[in-house]
Design a binder for this molecule. Structure first.
Ligand code: 2M8
Length: 409
């Protein structure tokens, strides 16, 4: 297949996963609208159908809560093929949605879409919603300065080693019986384990029991960890939102201040032992024991740190393809198990945005070449083994197709 054939296939995947104003990540495994998947889908659509790209973001933000939170899943239509569905979350939201958020990449990608396509009016309509979402992160997810997550699913990097410590403290004795659906769609050895799922569900049950009251969740919830990835994403997203505000002639200095405050709080995530920014448990102060791709997203935020750069260079050089989601030198590294080792084209694309901004042309080219090679060899899969390039997870995946169109090709 030539690259032009792959362009065609990628566009066909986006169209096939389109459910009318929103896309699903892939048929079967993920039958609803996911937050950051949609932002990437919008970026992909913008390369050949800009109006449809903006529509994707509009549909996502139409599900925004009055609090400003943009949920991580929007259950537009019922589908028994995924667990946990809207009935388990029981948030009472319209449209039905989950009760947690996901990495706030929308402003970063909306800015790029606008630069490529114009359409200032579409951006203007989105701006107050982006601002409200970023304010929500500031008010409800930065209890000690950095961005924290109340559920591993909120991080988007579900079972990565960052969350092991916090997850170990989640009590699962009252979870009860439930049936997973994910392992009926893809190889169970590539998915999180049963113990992980019990804990995921226990955290959801806590949110549901307190009516998704954020004060209660932050104060008494079973899981709260500082997330380097979301902190870095939010620094960049706030700076991009400030740039959007300038384009629109809006006068609000809040996003720049929020970005500076996040950056000032970064030392809290610095592990002397690992010489990197890593996840940290708010309750115990313990640091995660491995360097994940969360650390590499420091490049997206433009954070400079020589010690960390040395670690990242070693990690990247120890694999053949892309930035791995976990350090291959760590005991927890597993090259095909979801966020515990594989490389993810979407994360590579975010890192590349940072490399581009910093003028690091050679590294950006290398990351793009390695990511493109994975897709050329393996197709539009969800993620890949960083050692031998084996394609993993779901096929015909929206965000991999989008990344191909918007960046990797
Ligand atoms: C994965 O997460 C969902 C839960 O949100 C799952 O495993 O069921 C993650 O890779 C997440 O980052 C992604 O947004 C979602 C849909 O692609 O799948």
């Amino acid at each position: 297949m030539t690259d032009r054939d792959l362009d065609e296939t990628a566009r066909a995947i986006l169209r096939a996963n389109d459910r009318g104003g929103y896309t699903i990540p892939t048929g079967g495994l993920y039958p609803f609208q996911w937050n950051w998947d949609s932002a990437f889908a919008a970026w992909g659509f913008s390369t050949f159908d800009p109006g449809r790209g903006w529509d994707e973001l509009d549909t996502l933000f139409a599900a925004q809560w009055v609090t400003g939170m943009v949920p991580h899943i929007i259950f537009h239509k019922e589908d028994a093929g995924y667990f946990p569905g809207a009935d388990v979350w029981a948030t009472g939201a319209t449209p039905p949605s989950s009760g947690i958020s996901q990495p706030p990449v929308a402003a970063i990608l909306a800015r790029r879409m606008h630069e490529a396509t114009g359409d200032t009016e579409r951006l203007r309509a989105l701006y107050p919603k982006l601002l409200a979402w970023h304010r929500w992160w500031r008010d409800w997810r930065c209890p000690n300065g950095v961005a924290c997550v109340t559920h591993p699913w909120e991080s988007g990097r579900d079972n990565c080693p960052d969350w092991d410590l916090g997850m170990a403290r989640v009590d699962t004795s009252d979870v009860g019986e439930y049936t997973r659906r994910d392992t009926g769609h893809v190889d169970a050895s590539m998915r999180p384990g049963k113990e992980d799922y019990d804990r995921y569900i226990a955290i959801v049950q806590f949110g549901r029991a307190c009516g998704w009251d954020q004060e209660t969740i932050l104060r008494d919830g079973p899981f709260l960890m500082g997330d380097p990835a979301i902190t870095f994403i939010l620094i960049r997203a706030n700076r991009d939102l400030a740039a959007i505000a300038r384009v629109l002639g809006e006068d609000d200095s809040s996003p720049l201040r929020w970005a500076d405050d996040l950056e000032a709080a970064l030392p809290w995530l610095w592990s002397d032992a690992l010489q990197a920014y890593v996840a940290r448990d708010v309750a115990t102060g313990s640091f995660a024991s491995a360097i994940s791709s969360g650390a590499a997203l420091g490049l997206l935020a433009g954070v400079e740190n020589a010690a960390m750069e040395a670690r990242l260079a070693r990690i990247w050089d120890s694999v053949r393809y892309g930035i791995p989601s976990n350090d291959p030198a760590a005991d927890s590294f597993d090259p095909r198990r979801y966020w515990r080792g594989p490389t993810w084209p979407v994360v590579n694309a975010l890192i590349a945005i940072g490399l581009q901004s910093a003028g690091r042309v050679e590294e950006e080219r290398r990351l793009r070449r390695e990511t493109a090679e994975l897709i050329r060899q393996g197709g539009f899969f969800e993620y890949f083994d960083p050692l031998d390039g084996t394609a993993c997870g779901g096929d015909n995946f929206t965000w991999t197709a989008a990344i191909w169109l918007a960046w990797a090709n």
